[in-house]
Design a protein around this ligand. Structure first.
Ligand code: ZN
Length: 356
């Protein structure tokens, strides 16, 4: 009956990887990696919940029960044997905000911006927890997301714990960028790759979240459903996505105003990629064919735009003037997408072809 049924993950494509991981993984440190927006953090939490679950019903498809005292503590974010390390900047969005009193004091007055890093104090707190005795007798679990956001000092502190495993603690590191981790951390973790969910599964879930025509935005987001949801929360629907190439080709920056700069730059990179694909006779990947400018364009302009987009992407997390950067990128996009064909341009395209 209901009380014997295992937890159903909120992200339906996680059920199978969760059962598989709980059945087979024994390492004290796991590295869950997946493209962004696929649910590695949610899977990490479910794994931790599964390890701590006190249900006596065996084997519950090897998933946490969701109803025992331990599962309820996990759901309330107050399990004494579980710690979740997140950068301050992500906590609220992920529903793990910390009370002000707990967080406060550490940041010096005036430094309002929430940290994008996982700080060394937090890693030390995790290590301290790992060294204490388990309160409920099922060991400790520590979930770190995104693991590559541990800064150098934090990562080195954490590495020591991996080198000399402390007691009965288990760690789950979640990441979309395993290359951003110290190689010595990677090599001490058992890696689990989480695949992109099948389009139909992701599209069905997105519809339940109120996203219409989810296939359009799924293509736009490389099949990563949580990225689609983030776009939808910015007010971007399928129609807005289809309109975007035409707007950029017209030099209209308004559609991208209010987007975080990294996301705007990434989107322009996708548009640049697709325009270049069409220019060489290939299929676009992110935007519907019909939404892309027909009269493409000198490839030279697109390559210059691509180079500038790459350059700006490097500092997009910390722009000195996001508005100005965006306007400049869209203006270059307008030029790149609108340059009319001319014999010289065609020659340029031919020479690019022949170099391939
Ligand atoms: Zn349980």
């Amino acid at each position: 009956m209901a009380e014997d049924a295992p937890v159903v993950p909120a992200l339906p494509w996680l059920a199978a990887p969760l059962s598989r991981a709980l059945e087979t993984q024994t390492a004290h440190a796991l590295l869950l990696h997946a493209p962004g927006g696929v649910g590695q953090f949610e899977l990490g939490l479910l794994l931790a919940q599964g390890w701590l679950c006190e249900s006596t019903v065996v084997p519950l498809a090897r998933r946490p029960c969701g109803t025992c005292a331990s599962c309820r503590l996990v759901a309330a974010h107050s399990h004494p044997d579980m710690l979740v390390l997140l950068p301050e900047a992500l906590r609220e969005g992920l529903g793990w905000a910390v009370a002000d009193a707990e967080e406060g004091g550490e940041d010096k007055a005036g430094k309002k911006k929430p940290s994008k890093d996982i700080r060394v104090e937090e890693v030390r707190a995790a290590i301290a927890l790992a060294l204490t005795t388990s309160s409920r007798g099922r060991g400790k679990t520590i979930v770190i997301h995104p693991a590559e956001r541990m800064n150098a000092i934090a990562a080195n502190a954490f590495l020591k714990t991996l080198e000399e495993p402390a007691g009965d603690a288990r760690f789950v590191l979640c990441t979309a960028a395993p290359d951003g981790l110290l190689p010595t951390i990677r090599s001490r973790c058992q890696a689990i790759a989480l695949e992109l969910p099948p389009t139909e599964v992701a599209a069905t879930w997105l519809r339940t979240q109120g996203v219409a025509e989810p296939e359009v935005l799924l293509a736009g987001c490389g099949g990563q459903p949580q990225e689609v949801l983030a776009l939808a929360q910015l007010g971007v629907d399928a129609a807005a996505w289809r309109a975007l190439p035409g707007q950029v080709a017209a030099g209209d920056v308004s559609a991208l105003r209010g987007w975080p700069l990294p996301l705007a730059v990434e989107t322009l990179q996708k548009l640049c990629h697709d325009a270049a694909s069409v220019a060489v006779g290939a299929e676009p990947r992110y935007f519907p064919s019909a939404s892309l400018p027909r009269e493409v364009v000198g490839l030279g302009g697109l390559l210059r735009w691509a180079a500038e987009l790459r350059r700006v992407a490097e500092f997009a997390e910390h722009p000195w003037n996001a508005e100005l950067a965006l306007e400049s990128l869209v203006e270059q996009g307008r030029e790149a997408l609108q340059t009319p064909r001319s014999p010289r341009r065609r020659g340029e395209i031919d020479s690019l072809h022949s170099r391939r």
